[in-house]
Write a protein that binds this ligand. Structure first.
Ligand SMILES: C[S@@+](CC[C@H](N)C(=O)[O-])C[C@H]1O[C@@H](n2cnc3c(N)ncnc32)[C@H](O)[C@@H]1O
Length: 221
């Protein structure tokens, strides 16, 4: 069985699960994982305004799109990047149903996306960036794509510490269908945020197995 350390393995999982993803994600939310609350918190960190341009890395089926659209409005611009074509197909359905005309979907890995310099008023990634093996380079790209004074926010999974590790044997099988394995635990996007950006804020949830972090675009030199 794979450990989901490559993009190919991750893409295969999401290709197979795209049509069930929204249901599976809401089930986890109902079970108390609080995914929707964390998505909301991460979006709030961006402090978006009507007319803003926002980028979502690993947008999947567009679970965050209603929250983002509510804030940027029809004059804003939403760009969603994702590795998995079938996840983007689901996002496309949401866009059509909602009648949004300001969304661009881009099918590529986060690593291959060409970040436009100072092109965005906010960048978001929820439950996706830890799946990108070269997340550090991606976060450097995100830092360069933010306009001065604007933020990147992430919500994602991580390993808890101390006695809370007793829950790991129960949590891992629940998360495996989302391409999560223990091999991803050494990936620490928040450390890259600290390295490439400024004013890192981080809050832990679910006993330290989930977190929301945000950081500010670096000062122009
Ligand atoms: C758990 S889903 C999260 C989707 C959405 N952000 C949400 O909160 O529901 C993970 C998404 O990340 C995408 N993904 C995984 N690795 C990626 C990569 N290297 N580059 C871009 N997207 C990636 C997957 O295709 C999938 O759609």
């Amino acid at each position: 069985m794979g450990d989901f350390t490559t993009r190919e393995e991750v893409e295969k999982v999401y290709r197979q699960r795209a049509s069930h993803y929204d249901r599976a994600s809401s089930t986890l939310d109902t079970l108390g994982f609080g995914y929707n609350r964390l998505r909301w918190e991460a979006v709030e960190e961006l402090d978006l305004k009507p007319g803003d341009a926002v980028l979502e890395i690993g947008c999947g089926t567009g679970a965050n799109f209603p929250l983002l659209e509510e804030r940027i409005g029809a004059n804003g611009r939403l760009t969603g990047v994702d590795l998995t074509h079938s996840m983007l197909n689901e996002a496309e359905k949401k866009i059509k149903t909602a009648g949004w005309t300001n969304v661009d979907l881009i099918h590529c890995s986060a690593k291959d996306y060409e970040f436009p310099a100072r092109g965005f008023d906010g960048v978001l990634s929820t439950f996706a960036l830890t799946l990108e093996p070269e997340y550090d380079a991606v976060i450097a790209g995100i830092a360069s794509a933010l306009r001065p004074g604007k933020r990147f926010a992430i919500a994602d999974l991580k390993l808890a510490r101390g006695w809370r590790l007793v829950f790991l044997p129960f949590l891992l099988p629940i998360m495996r269908p989302f391409a999560v394995s223990l091999k991803l635990a050494p990936r620490h996007p928040w450390e890259s945020m600290k390295r490439h950006m400024e004013e890192l804020k981080m809050t832990e949830h679910l006993g330290g197995y989930l977190y929301v972090a945000s950081a500010l675009a670096p000062q122009l030199k």
